[in-house]
Write a protein that binds this ligand. Structure first.
Ligand SMILES: [Zn+2]
Length: 375
């Protein structure tokens, strides 16, 4: 028997049988491992097997080690293993063993495993229209803070300007065309440093999409697939990845690190626009994008900021996943996340990559002060 035939035969067996799932997994592990061409790489654990079954009867690789696992599950149904076991077992107990009947189940009136997974996932997240509107409102403070922080020139501290005035740089010839002189923004002396712009851009670009989804659509669309599939929800999540890509520059100030992260996040964004929705895979990718952009903090030894950020991520992840205060949990999740942008923007300003532009701004601030004294 060829390897492929063997694999699909075992996957079919697993779908049809009324034998308890775990018992079957043990049998499967034994037989497939011995027959597989790739030897021990397939079906290393019961989790792999469950994920394998989700793949339309095909066989996936299913290594469970971090990033590989996450990449390999791309083509799989990444339902929670326990949920799949539950669905699989109950469906199988009721179902006939014929393939035609199974197809009818998958393609006909009844819902597929993916749909059941998405339905269960979304049912936990039912909120009243008022609560959804609060979700929309609570996403805005973070974005407004970013805009204000950048435009108010708060990123240029008076102590930095003072230190700069004592340095040799302040006495050197200076091209003042780099200075901004806007009466309506008197403290914005020059363009902000690029890492700071990246941090603010990421937060500000995501906010409107999250607002539109929560304010206008989330409470109008029926729970389950109609809501999960809606463009506003897809855009909300896709823009989180845009934000993560921007943050990769904000935390590192390095173009190469940004480009690698941008590629990964672009791939994630692309996956938000394919017809099937995989909530668990999407969450895993968002989690990885956060891990990726906080790595530069560790590299610099900025443990303080790293711990602060991950404390906020942990609390908000708990609020997002567990719904400890019912329909208000998502609003509180947004409020906790609103503490992230100030931390990241301050870190972006302190990067070596921001230093040159800070000096330009400090010089402009000194010139502006001189002009004020002269006039
Ligand atoms: Zn939200």
């Amino acid at each position: 028997m060829s390897s492929t035939a063997s694999k699909s035969r075992h996957a079919r067996l697993l779908q049809r049988t009324s034998t308890p799932m775990l018992e079957m997994i043990e049998k499967q592990r034994g037989s497939t491992t011995s027959k597989s061409e790739t030897g021990s790489t397939l079906h290393q654990s019961s989790q792999d097997l469950v994920e394998t079954v989700g793949h339309d009867g095909g066989v996936g690789m299913g290594t469970s080690d971090g990033f590989t696992f996450f990449m390999d599950t791309d083509e799989l149904t990444t339902s929670s293993p326990s949920l799949l076991v539950e669905q699989q077992t109950s469906t199988d107990l009721k179902s006939d063993t014929s393939t035609s009947k199974r197809r009818k189940h998958k393609d006909g009136k009844q819902k597929s495993f993916d749909e059941l997974d998405v339905d269960k996932y979304m049912a936990k997240r039912e909120m009243s229209p008022f609560q959804e509107r609060m979700n929309a409102v609570t996403v805005m403070p973070g974005a407004f803070y970013c805009i204000m922080f950048v435009l108010s020139g708060a990123w240029l501290s008076p102590s930095f300007v003072q230190d700069h005035s004592k340095s040799v740089m302040a006495a050197a010839p200076f091209d003042d065309t780099q200075c901004l002189n806007w009466s309506w923004m008197p403290h914005l002396h020059a363009a902000p440093p690029l890492p700071l712009v990246a941090a603010a851009l990421g937060i500000v670009a995501h906010a409107p999409f999250s607002f539109i989804y929560h304010w206008k659509f989330a409470h109008r669309l029926p729970a389950g697939l109609p809501r999960t599939n809606h463009w506003s929800r897809r855009m909300d999540q896709a823009m989180i990845h845009f934000c993560s890509a921007c943050m990769a520059y904000a935390t590192s100030g390095r173009l190469d690190f940004f480009l690698v992260n941008a590629l990964f996040n672009l791939d994630c964004i692309y996956r938000h626009f394919i017809p099937k929705v995989y909530p668990r895979r999407n969450q895993m990718r968002i989690f990885l994008s956060l891990v990726a952009y906080t790595i530069p903090l560790l590299r610099r030894g900025d443990w303080d900021l790293f711990v602060k950020l991950w404390s906020l991520f942990t609390v908000s992840g708990w609020l997002f996943g567990q719904y400890p205060i019912g329909g208000w949990s998502h609003s509180v999740f947004h409020i906790v996340m609103a503490f992230v942008p100030p931390l990241l923007m301050t870190a972006a300003v302190e990067l070596p990559a921001s230093h040159k532009q800070l000096e330009v701004a400090a010089q402009c601030a000194l010139l502006a002060k001189d002009n004020l004294v002269v006039s």
